[in-house]
Design a protein around this ligand. Structure first.
Ligand SMILES: Cc1cc2nc3c(=O)[nH]c(=O)nc-3n(C[C@H](O)[C@H](O)[C@H](O)COP(=O)(O)OP(=O)(O)OC[C@H]3O[C@@H](n4cnc5c(N)ncnc54)[C@H](O)[C@@H]3O)c2cc1C
Length: 172
């Protein structure tokens, strides 16, 4: 049984994995459905430039921004940073890519008994863990505003499938 399964290898999942290891929680695995680490930026539109500067985008314990703190990363620069972060803190072997989680269920009917969790992958594999950390981001599932049905005069689409964009409207 794992001590902790972390789901997602964006910035949130990477830092959670690193912090658990540093605190002596050794039996951890980070499950990522994509083929690389870096979270939402690995699947964003090509000309994405972050709106937060390096100062706010970097972690304080992996500062690589002397002279760059007022710059804004492209999505590739952001992904490179997160990959470097995983390498620097030696957590790459804790990350399993191409591992989509399809179900997380408590081991019994009373989660408060803390008998652990069953984590099922799309491959059919089942892992057991004492704890689960969800780091799946808040942009993984396409979300529409409640008023979208009022938009009768414009055509709109959601690009949450291949390339994440918030939402764009196409004039008729
Ligand atoms: C277009 C765009 C621009 C943005 N620009 C900025 C910015 O400039 N500055 C800023 O601070 N924030 C920005 N954000 C917000 C950004 O999402 C977060 O800063 C950051 O990515 C959050 O990291 P995270 O690890 O929580 O989630 P994410 O980066 O979303 O990572 C979640 C990971 O979980 C994985 N995952 C999801 N479900 C499963 C599953 N079932 N099984 C396995 N793996 C799963 C995903 O594949 C993904 O790799 C932007 C977001 C978008 C969409």
């Amino acid at each position: 049984m794992w001590d902790c399964i972390i789901i997602g290898s964006g910035p949130g999942g990477l830092v959670t994995t690193k912090e658990l290891l540093e605190r002596g929680v050794r039996e951890v695995v980070c499950l990522e459905q994509g083929k690389e680490v870096g979270g939402i930026y690995t699947n964003a539109y090509d000309n994405l430039v972050l709106t937060s500067s390096c100062t706010y985008s970097m972690f304080s314990d992996f500062w690589i921004g002397d002279g760059k703190q007022h710059e804004f990363w492209t999505k590739n620069e952001a992904v490179d940073y997160w990959k470097s972060y995983a390498k620097h803190f030696d957590i790459e072997d804790k990350i399993r890519l191409n591992s989509q989680v399809v179900a997380v269920t408590p081991q019994d009917n009373k989660p408060q008994d803390n008998k652990g969790w069953q984590v099922q992958l799309a491959s059919g594999d089942i892992l057991l863990s004492k704890r689960v950390a969800l780091a799946i981001g808040n942009n993984s599932i396409p979300s529409y505003p409640q008023w979208k049905d009022l938009l009768t005069e414009v055509e709109f689409s959601h690009s949450g499938g291949d390339k994440y964009v918030v939402m764009h409207y196409l004039s008729r």
